[in-house]
Design a protein around this ligand. Structure first.
Ligand code: PHB
Length: 374
């Protein structure tokens, strides 16, 4: 595993190893404000040897939440709370990016934060995603038909303000969430974006929202801006035919390469993110890394989704910059140390509490996973 333990210059910071913790919804904040238990969780993982932590999805605006206890970064109390967490993560020896998140169409009009926002559920086009997972709302409703966003530049400005706030809080960089069927992805995909203005239609137009957002993030964060993409789709009812997928993401990545990002995170196809709708599997199954790597000769690539340790070592030995672990970062607070010391990844996952539960102490299934014996 020695390849994984070489430091890497990532934008303006150096990470101690190639092991990343991907953004993971844990639904433990106090409404939208981060808290002490979250600090404990992140510090455990920093001290446990993760080179690069990416925060859970952090909402850039009150409009839109899929989870009742997802944190935000649009106001001062959130910034102050994040600052305490980030200082402690740095103290513990890790670096931390803020994943900037906007849900787009997969919010719900009855979600408390959505009601408080006083604006509709916005998306590129008035096209509903199939499915839905609002288990915390009465009747567990599905997704609704969203309202076509009148002026996308309003949300781009919100992304910029969120980056300003993230910087004030001390995050080392920002990762634009362009994956898994959320707003940026909804603009990219021709099945969710049927706009007839300059933000929809052609590939250039569908990629505009992602690229313009990255440009404003760079105005704030310089070289410390990344993007996460999941070209194989599936999750949240995303996906285009293979040829269109390659053309769309090929164009996007050629343009991304010119921007000089700190990394691009590529989410691989996985069976667990391939739901069936109307009798048809939704993902466009292909080898995402092999297909899109040629478009990124300068930009570091991080690979995400179901990566084994043997694969991770091989990938990094062959020029992939780093690897994100999701499931294993939840279940092992000392993931980096375990890998480095050859300890088994054998904690038992408490899957029922991955997203917490209103009647259960938030610490359980969150900060109570044991370390290995060293
Ligand atoms: C989730 O909360 O289930 C979730 C959030 C963001 C993702 C994927 C899944 O990118």
């Amino acid at each position: 595993m020695s390849a994984l333990f070489t430091p890497l210059k990532l934008g303006s910071v150096t990470i101690q190893n190639r092991i990343g913790m991907s953004a993971l919804t844990r639904n433990r904040s106090s409404d939208t404000v981060p808290n002490e238990i979250m600090q404990k969780y992140y510090v455990q993982r920093a001290a446990g040897g993760i080179g690069l932590i990416v925060s859970e999805g952090v909402l850039i605006t009150r409009q839109g939440t899929e989870w009742p206890q997802a944190p935000g970064i649009w106001d001062k109390s959130q910034v102050a709370a994040w600052k305490t967490i980030i200082d402690a993560v740095h103290e513990a020896g890790s670096k931390i990016y803020c994943q900037l998140w906007h849900l787009g169409r997969v919010s719900h009009p009855q979600a408390p934060e959505q009601i408080a926002a006083g604006v509709p559920v916005y998306a590129p086009s008035a096209i509903s995603a199939r499915g839905g997972k609002f288990r915390f709302l009465p009747g567990s409703p599905g997704y609704v038909t969203p309202t076509e966003l009148p002026d996308p530049t309003v949300i781009i400005a919100q992304f910029k303000q969120a980056a300003v706030n993230a910087k004030e809080a001390g995050f080392d960089g920002v990762e634009l969430h362009g994956a898994n069927g959320y707003l940026v992805h909804q603009f990219l995909d021709s099945t969710s974006n049927k706009r007839t203005d300059k933000w929809g239609g052609s590939i250039e137009n569908r990629a505009r929202f992602a690229l313009e957002t990255l440009k404003v993030l760079i105005e704030v964060y310089g070289p410390d801006v990344a993007i996460k993409l999941s070209p194989a789709g599936g999750y949240n009812d995303m996906g285009m035919p293979l040829e269109e997928t390659i053309e769309t993401y090929g164009y996007l990545l050629r343009e991304v390469e010119k921007l000089g990002l700190s990394y691009v995170a590529l989410v691989r196809y996985s069976d667990v993110q391939n739901p069936e709708y109307d009798g048809v599997k939704r993902s466009t199954k292909h080898d995402v890394v092999a297909t899109f790597r040629p478009f990124l000769t300068k930009t570091p690539i991080f690979v995400n989704a179901g990566v084994t340790l043997a694969e991770a070592d091989e990938m990094v030995s062959n020029g992939i910059a780093g690897v994100f672990f999701g499931f294993n970062s939840i279940v092992h607070p000392d993931l980096g140390k375990r890998i480095q010391n050859g300890k088994a990844l054998d904690n038992v996952p408490n899957i029922q509490l991955f997203y917490g539960h209103p009647d259960v102490d938030p610490a359980i299934g969150y900060v109570d996973y044991p370390e290995a014996v060293y």
